[in-house]
Design a protein around this ligand. Structure first.
Ligand code: HEC
Ligand code: HEC
Length: 340
């Protein structure tokens, strides 16, 4: 069963309005403040005033992230699709949810997700707090409703206790969404060999990765889009990955045909373990991705002007891939704080 993408958008908007109509109470928690240990060179992460991080909130969020009871038949949790060892993504072409139903989009990594100015691949969802409701209500992901999920969990004494301790109220949508968002904000990736190299450990990257880095930054202009500490400036654009786009991308929001096929520039952190690639998982390898870029993209009418053909030798391609592999962060992929 496949649902039109617009379904998710309309659903998101309905939920969003629903969540804003609730009065946000003042932040009253005597929890233990949590400060994210940001890697050198990472900017401060914006954290909403009404959802400051505490250890207790993160713990509640982690518990919820792994709780399959958030899905109708208690078979799927957030972590069923967002796996730590896969960079908080998975290796399916598109997401596989309840009853093995297959969605239309590839599961993105949640590495550094707390920095994203908007969520989802066309950027239509404004906050991590609002995003939480999307997968619970999606018929092809968790197949439930937020109301029923809350009704189910609030009868559990541990959730009721933790809700009181973290947000000073009974377990409800407010607590559910804010706790999960708090957990997601600690998913910071900045300890890859490339980062160690940036901090002065010249041996952290192999000679091939260093050659690939020069190609990435100076020769092939990849960093005109994949730039900064998170290898994305979060622009939403058409990178010429397809000749025709079944998924309208940003056109879902704007209804403007000029926005067809526009998607958020993806971070390249942990990209080695998050394949297959692009919004629909249609590229099975990094090699295929590079081939399309060197060909100058598909030439789609909406393709961004920064995509231009370039010549690349077999050796250079191997070097570029080696550089992308140097963005694999073993600390992130094995972080016990992210696990159940
Ligand atoms: C069935 C698989 C599946 C489940 C279960 C699931 N997700 Fe996702 N997640 C996806 C897919 C696919 C996308 C991309 C959707 C899109 O962009 O439209 C996504 C996107 C996201 C994003 C936005 C990422 C970005 O780059 O903008 C966040 C955050 C997220 N999920 C968190 C969660 C949380 C929290 C839960 C549990 C409440 C959850 N997911 C459950 C598959 C899943
Ligand atoms: C004009 C901006 C732009 C340029 C230049 C660009 N990219 Fe991308 N890149 C994107 C966008 C947008 C996406 C996401 C497209 C989608 O979701 O379908 C993407 C996706 C990717 C992905 C897939 C990531 C994933 O998790 O699915 C890889 C790998 C990648 N780019 C590598 C590169 C490399 C290597 C270069 C240089 C040769 C490059 N990009 C140049 C915009 C760009």
């Amino acid at each position: 069963m496949k649902l039109p993408i617009t379904y998710y958008f309309v659903l998101g908007m309905v939920l969003l309005c629903y969540s804003c109509s609730k009065d946000a109470p003042e932040f009253t928690s005597d929890g233990t403040p949590y400060e994210i240990a940001l890697p050198d060179g990472f900017p401060t992460m914006p954290i909403p005033l009404d959802n400051q991080l505490t250890y207790e909130r993160i713990e509640l969020g982690r518990k919820l992230f792994y709780d399959k009871r958030l899905s109708r038949d208690s078979s799927v949790s957030c972590a069923s699709c967002h796996l730590v060892e896969k960079g908080m993504a998975d290796n399916n072409i598109t997401g596989v949810g309840i009853d093995d139903l297959v969605g239309v989009r590839n599961v993105p990594t949640l590495s550094n997700i707390g920095y994203h100015p908007y969520l989802f691949r066309e950027g239509g969802n404004p906050t991590l707090e609002a995003q939480v409701f999307g997968p619970i209500d999606s018929p092809v992901e968790m197949g439930f409703s937020v109301r029923e999920a809350v009704d189910r969990l609030k009868t559990q004494p541990d959730y009721e206790r933790m809700a009181q301790e973290t947000y000073g109220r009974s377990f409800d949508e407010f607590v559910l969404s804010r706790a999960i968002a708090s957990f997601e904000r600690i998913l910071v990736s900045g300890d890859a060999p490339y980062d160690e190299w940036s901090r002065g450990d010249t041996a952290a990257m192999t000679p091939a990765a260093k050659r690939g880095m020069v190609l990435f930054f100076d020769e092939f202009n990849c960093n005109s889009c994949h730039q900064g500490f998170d290898f994305t400036n979060y622009e939403v654009l058409n990178n010429g990955s397809h000749v025709t786009y079944d998924d309208p991308g940003l056109m879902n929001l704007s209804l403007n045909p000029m926005d067809r096929g526009k998607f958020k520039i993806l971070t390249l952190r942990n990209v080695e373990v998050t394949g297959p690639y692009m919004h629909d998982g249609s590229y099975s390898s990094l090699s295929d991705v590079i081939d399309n870029y060197s060909a100058g993209g598909s030439g789609h009418a909406n393709q961004d002007a920064r995509i231009a053909p370039f010549a690349i030798s077999t050796q250079e391609k191997a070097d570029l891939i080696e550089f992308l592999h140097a963005l694999t962060d073993p600390v992130f992929l094995n972080n016990p704080e992210y696990k159940e």
